[in-house]
Write a protein that binds this ligand. Structure first.
Ligand code: ADP
Ligand code: MG
Length: 495
């Protein structure tokens, strides 16, 4: 007698009469389809109860219901791996559960999602209504302005100037640079270096390195399919795909990719469904020995709101950090940039900038550009005084280096509460109000983002910080004593 397992395994090839349309249920009687979906939902419920949420999501989260034909139910798995795994490990149970809700079902088959109809190379970018990025085949397709709304949707290929040659290497970034070069120049991905995970603060060159990797890979073999997107774009596309029930197309985007680069993966934190989808995409590519490159502002261990399996996956390859820049590195970067400027910039001005603007390279570059533009447009000689004048807002910000620690200490002392209350979960007014004042001051006096501030106050959500900022702004108008407190604290901190 043919076992269920055999039935499942023997049915994993060939899509015969099944095509993209039957997958979507077109041509099926509406009632029938609904009934089938209801049965599938019940089977899923029971499976989830039995194997747990996590395993269910991992293996069945991506499995789609196909059709039923002469007692044969057909399911679609997104990859071979999932197909085989589900068949082998869960095939019996799926069938048993299905038979318990519908006796007429005699077998359940798991197939690979059928490939969509062939498209012309130039079509790869347009699959309305979900705008998808170019698959970056040569010649690089250019996205027309009609496609895409977000900045990344209009991604036009790598930035030409973000090359290894233009990347200035110093102590803080030499490891990340070497790792990136290594990945770009390798012939085959090595499991121990997959994924490459580059992390470091804002504006320290992560995106630059990713684009540089791309340039080299494409120079080495123009046929390599490299897909670069931001995690934000990944999430947005995924949400749109869910909304428009187009997840098949979404997955298709990743299917033939040789190298996947996802920038700013910290964006995926706290977004559960997208995280699962990402985990899944990630696994299936690694399994096919495709290189993955990720960037993040945080090391995997410090990412918040992320599933453990995801965290360990992210850190399972090569993790390379970019430290905050040193004066020497900043000076050498800005010297390089100044060489390309239209007007000469004296060395003491470059030193001044590298000394004063230490937060990130992007700001430093911006400052140089402003100074050069002023010099050129107004015809002013570029001097340190002139730079001071042109950049006064930026420099003021750079000068007042108030830290969250200082703010918390001052505020706690002012209101006579324990420093620990700044991070405690207690909501009593006596501690909650000073905490709000401190959050407000952190927003005013530091360059940290709301989520970053929230983190420093006992891992609070950015919405809590936003609420605190608004509340104190209101109170400053309605409550004179709060207004005075805030002003006093501000003066003390800045003085
Ligand atoms: P991140 O992605 O880490 O926020 P970017 O890669 O966007 O930062 O870098 C910000 C700007 O600083 C870019 O214009 C980049 O070219 C420049 N930059 C950063 N690090 C370097 C470096 N080591 N050499 C040259 N330019 C750099
Ligand atoms: Mg970046």
């Amino acid at each position: 007698m043919e076992t269920i397992l055999n039935k499942l395994l023997s049915s994993t090839s060939g899509n015969d009469a099944f095509n993209q349309q039957t997958l979507a249920g077109a041509g099926m009687d509406g009632e029938c389809r609904k009934e089938l979906e209801a049965q599938w939902a019940r089977v899923c419920d029971r499976l989830r109860k039995e194997i747990g949420d996590k395993a269910f999501k991992t293996w069945f989260g991506e499995v789609e219901l196909g059709e039923v034909k002469a007692g044969k139910v057909r399911l679609y798995a997104p990859t071979r791996f999932v197909r085989d795994w589900v068949s082998r490990h869960y095939g019996d149970r799926v069938l048993a559960y299905w038979q318990s809700v519908n006796k007429e079902v005699t077998s359940v088959e798991v197939n690979l999602v059928p490939p969509p109809a062939p498209r012309r190379a130039s079509d790869v970018i347009a699959m309305p209504p979900v705008p998808v990025p170019p698959s970056f085949q040569q010649p690089m397709p250019r996205l027309g302005p009609s496609i895409g709304r977000g900045s990344d949707d209009a991604f036009q290929g790598p930035e030409a100037r973000y090359t290894f040659a233009n990347f200035v290497v110093g102590k803080p970034n030499e490891f990340a640079y070497a790792a990136a070069r290594n990945i770009a120049e390798q012939d085959h991905p090595l499991p121990e270096r997959n994924p490459l995970y580059i992390f470091g603060g804002v504006g320290l060159g992560k995106t630059h390195l990713m684009h540089a990797i791309w340039h080299v890979i494409r120079e080495r073999d123009p046929k390599t399919r490299v897909l670069y997107l931001t995690a934000e774009s990944f999430v947005n596309r995924f949400i749109t795909a869910l909304r428009t029930k187009n997840t098949g197309q979404f997955k298709e985007l990743f299917r033939n990719v040789d190298v996947l680069m996802v920038d700013d993966v910290q964006f995926i934190c706290g977004k559960e469904a997208s995280q699962d989808e990402f985990f899944f995409t990630f696994n299936s590519l690694v399994e096919q020995n495709k290189q993955i490159v990720l960037s993040s502002e945080k090391p995997p261990s410090e990412l918040q709101d992320i599933e453990e399996r995801m965290r360990s996956r992210l850190g399972s390859g090569l993790v390379a950090d970019i430290h905050s820049s040193t004066y020497e590195l900043r000076l050498s970067i800005i010297q390089t940039k100044a060489e390309h400027a239209r007007v000469p910039v004296p060395m003491n001005v470059l030193e001044f900038l590298a000394h004063k603007i230490s937060t990130n390279i992007r700001e430093l570059e911006g400052a140089l550009n402003r100074v050069v533009a002023h010099g050129q447009l107004i015809g002013r000689e570029i001097t340190v005084e002139m730079a001071q004048d042109v950049l006064h807002d930026l420099l003021r910000q750079a000068d007042r280096k108030v830290t969250v620690d200082e703010i918390q200490q001052r505020v706690a002392a002012h209101y006579n509460i324990k420093l620990a209350e700044m991070s405690s979960p207690r909501r009593a007014r006596a501690v909650a109000r000073p905490r709000q004042v401190a959050m407000y001051l952190a927003k005013q006096l530091t360059t940290l983002s709301l989520p970053q501030i929230g983190k420093r106050f006992g891992n609070r959500d950015h919405t809590t910080v936003m609420h605190a900022v608004r509340k104190i702004e209101e109170l400053k108008i309605s409550d004179l004593s709060i207004a005075e407190d805030v002003e006093l604290l501000k003066r003390q901190l800045q003085g």
